[in-house]
Design a protein around this ligand. Sequence first.
Ligand SMILES: [Zn+2]
Length: 810
Amino acid sequence: MKRLLACILLAAVSAAFAASDYPVQPVPFTAVRLTGGLLQSRQATNASVTMPFALGQCESSKRVLNFDLAAETMRRRAAGETTFQNKPPTVYPFDDSDVYKAIEGAAFCLSVQPDAKVAAQLEDLIKHVAAAQEPDGYLYTWRTMHPDSPAHDWIDRQRWLKDPQLSHELYNLGHLYEAGVAYDQATGSNSLLNVCLKSADLLQKDFGDGQPRIAPGHEVIEMGFAKLYRQTGDPRWIALAKFFLDCRGTGNEYSQNHKPVVEQREAVGHAVRANYLYSGMADVAALTGDARYLAAITTIWENVVSKKLHLTGGCGARAAGEAYGDDYELPNRCYNETCAAVAFLFWNHRMFLMTGDAKYMDVFERSLYNGVLSGVSLSGDRFFYPNPLEYDGKAVNNHGHAGRAPWFGCACCPPNVLRTLASLGGYVCAVQDDKLLVNLYAEGEATATIAGNPVKLAQTTRYPWDGQVAFRLSPQKPATFTLCLRVPGWVQGRPLPSDLYAYEDATPAKWSVSVNGKSVSVALKQGYAAITREWKNGDTVTLDLPMPVRRVTGNPKIAATRGLVALERGPTVYALEGVDNDGAVFDAVLPMSAKITPEHRAALLGGVTVLKVENATKAVRNESGMFTSKPANLTAIPYAVWANRGLSPMTVWFAHDVTNARPSPRPTIASLAKITTSFHRTEIDPSCLNDQLLPQNATDGFAPNFNFWPHKGSSEWVSYEFAKPTPVKAVNVSWFDDTGTGECRLPVTWRVLFLADNGQWQPVAGTSAYAVRKRDAVKVTFTPVTTKALRLEVQLPKDFSVGLYEWEVE
Ligand SMILES: [Zn+2]
């Protein structure tokens, strides 16, 4: 009965879904060729360096071995070794997904540039994947290689049950389906698609009747199923995409499981999960015509763009939980995972495909040129996981690395960059009825089909360094249609379609269009200059988008940007890096009188336009601790290419006037002291204790902390040794507590000791209360002593460790 009902439902669903999709259709990346300029050069490095590098890392990090070990376990058990199992050699049960994403990225590269050797390599890799699939279609190496008991806390004894928590079984499959479709489209080989369909059949068997209601713990399977549906036309796949969306609403905000998706109105929780979810909701809205999903993501998008987006188009400000913060919680030492920015591109593009509104591609462009491109080095083989808007030049903030890293234990970001840059052409233009919409300006050629008529569109431009774009149209036969050229928000005087940021001078720039050399007057429609006429082979259009340098301010509700200013030109957000500015950037002041001139430097950082700033100043602290300033000339580089010349401080926001500058602090008793500790792990830098860096707010994951983890319950200490006997009378301690993400809590008790003349440690006398609290520094005064060393003794809680942001001494 249940089956029959399911069949009837399915029939109804298929009828409803037939033939509907996004009203705007992208011109596929296979029909677009980038031939020069910034995007092409990044794409070329992506194909020649990042792609082989990522495939190599999948091998050397033993992610591919996981598949072999799963296959071996099945083979040996089938041959009679019924207790044989393998222990996974990697760290996370979601490591399979990195292999799938690397295959997807490599497949996209093959679509752009066929390569028999790479194709053979992928076909071989896919054999390893297929061999790890269980006979009924189940594919998850961590269970298959170790079937008798879970090989990780995140895995349940039964399939799927812990997916809403952390098993990532459905997450891996979502990436598998995306890869299977990409590989089929690139090579015409269905070897990986067959693995996908066998897996999808199992999901239909396990979930197709609407039970059990498992809400995917890390979304992406919704997008995966939408792609599988488009590739095969099988309506079961879109029904499953919808099913997995509709299961949500029984869990927490971290995985957007706190409410049914159609009732969600704010971006919350883990930002990659969130942006994948919203993209999946867009797909299901498009394919089913269910407007409730679109209503929800439209409101959520407005929440992000008006309250939760960094100037660079990065999102997910909090390191804790890799999550969206509260409204206006946009610290400069933020997290902004590369994957979150990539997923934000997917979501914005889908919002555009649904509405045809250019504002979504304005936001897309901001994220692409800044928050996404920053995720990979110019060399193509070094990556950022987080993308902060300021950096002190030394913090180990990139998942255990200071500066860009070759790979990560959790390696989601590098292959995400790979697949995105490889398929960049797919975001250049789109078709809606008789409209050809051009979204990205880049040297190259696209072929779109408008009302059955193939139209070639060639672009010649130096964008993003110059706003002049020349188009040449070659329709196969003359035809009347509308050419829509996006006129970005920054031309019109606003950084985002919201009041989150503003230009100090918001005067719109005078953009213009000419057709066959003659200036034409064109109105803006949904952000596009729309030109309707009969187009003939050889017609030319010139678009001129002036690129004045813009000074940007943040909404006063953003605490981190008060009194600060940033610089933009065209779609590019700029940053100061120490290497161009005498080693320091936080002392820079940019008064209104500063003269800012763009200057193209072909030999710098792959060829960039820098901003030369004359008549700026640098703040210095005089003897009495007050600020004065000295004249300085500054050079700003595009944010996306920071950290390509070694470690150096960097900031996107600089002081508007001298009172807001942050010159390096004056040395203190603490900052000059030598540190010893009872214990710390090798990855911990004890100088966090006296680096004079405090968190910018309660959720700033990047104020470096010192901690005793994994020691728990013990008594530990840290000591400052002074160069000579020094009078001391108070300490200020800022405790670190990562409840919710880690195992550091406030101490049970603590006290201050000094090194007495007899060489013994003695408690200081006459102390004020040893308070213990989060966030603000705790000050303890005591009877002044003169000593060569001071010690903090800390009792750790029974099951937890303790950490400190800073320990100051008066
Ligand atoms: Zn990532």
